[in-house]
Design a protein around this ligand. Sequence first.
Ligand code: PGA
Length: 253
Amino acid sequence: MRTKIVAGNWKMNTLPAEGVELARQIAADRNSVNPDVKLIVCPPFTHLCGVIEALKGTDIEVGAQNCAAEAAGAYTGEVSAAMLAALGCRYVILGHSERRQYYGETSESLRPKMAQAFANNLRPIFCVGENLAEREAGKHLEVVKRQIEEVIFTLTPEEFSKVVIAYEPVWAIGTGKTATADQAQEIHAHIRTILREKFGEVANETTILYGGSCKPANAPELFAKEDVDGGLIGGAALKAPDFLGIVEGFPKK
Ligand code: PGA
């Protein structure tokens, strides 16, 4: 059985006290939703201490939205994977399309970040996805395959077993346009096939999240698909009822 995950990517939203309050609200109602779904929140760096403190004693895990490619040293403005792990982070989002698009991240710059994450026991939530032009040109399968091959294929089997993949079509992020459940399933199955060819049957255990305007209203349709194991949620992760409402989107046993 694959781990089902709903992860909140708060991006650069909320002030620290607001983030702590949001975490408290999520924790307060966590027991009202499916306990088998793992919940992760990924606040900005400045909120991590407070949010981790607020979530102590709950089963909600905390991740960061990025980490440095280097271990330590003269890298002004960077935050290392070791620092994140020391605070109590368990996950780190890497390769989000906003980082690729606005901060020039590439497969080359992501590989050492992945290495830092593993060296510090952080599990990467590795994001892939095509933009609108690539989708319209029918290149989405090819683009995602390349993104996976260039980074994920360089991992050892042990490292690979720790990875969560998030498929986020760039045209669906923050736009209100969601991929249809069939479009998501097509790519998720494609990703799993690529991973299986490289790493074997353990790819059946890899959690593959969908991201891009996922909300309580469309989560059930997406999560009903065989290879959609949960969501990486942006906008809807900023309100506890919406975030938890998405958790309710998994098919009831
Ligand atoms: P969104 O963002 O849910 O606001 O579209 C998702 C993401 O970028 O992780």
